[in-house]
Write a protein that binds this ligand. Structure first.
Ligand code: FAD
Length: 293
């Protein structure tokens, strides 16, 4: 049961988007404009698997920097590219006014579960990329985190060793893969603290726009779906209005429970839709006239 506290001060949010397919996709820019009203700390734009959206990611973050009040963060992976090529992209981001990069290894071209082979002249993993970016300019650097273990990793301990490396090289924030059992996130937060890793762990929240799609994502990345969650969405495939109300409630419950555990920043996977995320932010007390003042 949600029983929101009056005090939501200090809560901040950020949003993740895919770059739009075309520069004339005005619905994307309407989504951005709507979510701008809740004053996110930053908005991030993904980098297609294997660098496939390199130009679109760059154009999108450049336009966000030039035409909105938002601070863009560009995702960047090191798959299939030499250090020289990746460094060029980092410089392009810098010249476009971007000062925040989400540094990732990326998935191998064969997809999740296949072996990652670094480019012969490339960065070996995310930690190596973090070091490269830090040497190129004054960037804020975020990285990934996996509350339920990365599919390539043999143990949470191995994930933590990678996390420690990323933090030592200069990453200051780790944004988590989405999850539906808060206990996994809180366990990771405790383990990061116990190992003395100096990094802010931020939960990645995925509002459920389509239960079938989320189940598919979840099975690919190893996120567990509680049976009670499946029950809530059962039979709603052809009832988008009820589904959206349930989805907003589920995400608001998750966020509220995390807030009660001391979480202050939430990163939302928007899937380029404003409606659910905007509603959840309003429930959190963000986006009001008072906040704008
Ligand atoms: P790393 O942090 O380098 O490694 C992740 C884990 O894999 C490690 O903790 C370790 O346990 C294991 N591992 C890595 N290398 C090895 C090795 N050589 N041997 C053994 N174990 C190893 N992908 C995209 O293509 N574009 C995006 O924009 C994008 N955005 C993302 C945003 C977030 C918040 C998250 C959580 C993920 C995102 N991804 C994106 C997915 C990400 O690229 C994949 O999960 C990828 O497989 C790992 O990248 P990483 O940076 O997490 O890797």
């Amino acid at each position: 049961m949600i029983a929101f506290a009056d005090d939501v001060s200090g809560i901040t949010v950020s949003f993740e988007f895919f770059p739009p397919k075309s520069e004339t996709d005005e619905s994307f820019w309407r989504t951005i404009a709507k979510l701008e009203t809740v004053h996110p700390q930053f908005v991030s734009v993904t980098y297609g698997a294997g660098g496939t959206t390199r130009d679109r990611t760059l154009k999108t973050v450049a336009r966000i920097a030039a035409e909105t009040t938002l601070k863009p963060a560009a995702h960047l992976t090191c798959v299939g590219a030499s250090k020289h090529e990746v460094n060029e992209v980092v410089r392009d981001f810098y010249n476009a006014g971007v000062r925040h990069i989400l540094a990732l290894r990326g998935d191998p071209p064969g997809g999740v579960g296949t072996r990652f082979v670094p480019h012969p002249d490339g960065y070996r993993n995310a930690a190596d990329l973090v070091r490269g970016i830090r040497d190129l300019g004054d960037f804020e650097i975020s990285v990934s985190a996996y509350p339920e273990r990365h599919p390539d990793s043999v143990s949470i301990e191995e994930d933590l060793a990678f996390m420690a490396d990323k933090a030592e090289h200069g990453a200051t924030r780790a944004i988590s893969q989405f999850f539906f059992h808060n206990a996994f996130f809180l366990r990771l937060r405790d383990r990061i603290a116990a190992r003395g890793i100096d990094i802010d762990l931020v939960p990645g929240i995925l509002p459920i726009t389509s239960f079938a799609r989320v189940s598919e994502f979840a099975s690919k990345c190893g996120a567990h779906i509680p049976p009670a969650l499946a029950t809530r969405f059962q039979g709603l495939d052809d009832d988008p209005e009820t589904r959206n109300l349930v989805a907003a409630m589920v995400a608001a419950e998750q966020v509220d429970a995390l807030r009660r555990e001391g979480v202050k920043h939430f990163h939302f996977y928007t899937l380029n839709r404003a409606d659910l995320v905007y509603a959840i932010c309003r429930v959190l007390g963000l986006g009001s006239v008072a906040q704008a003042a």
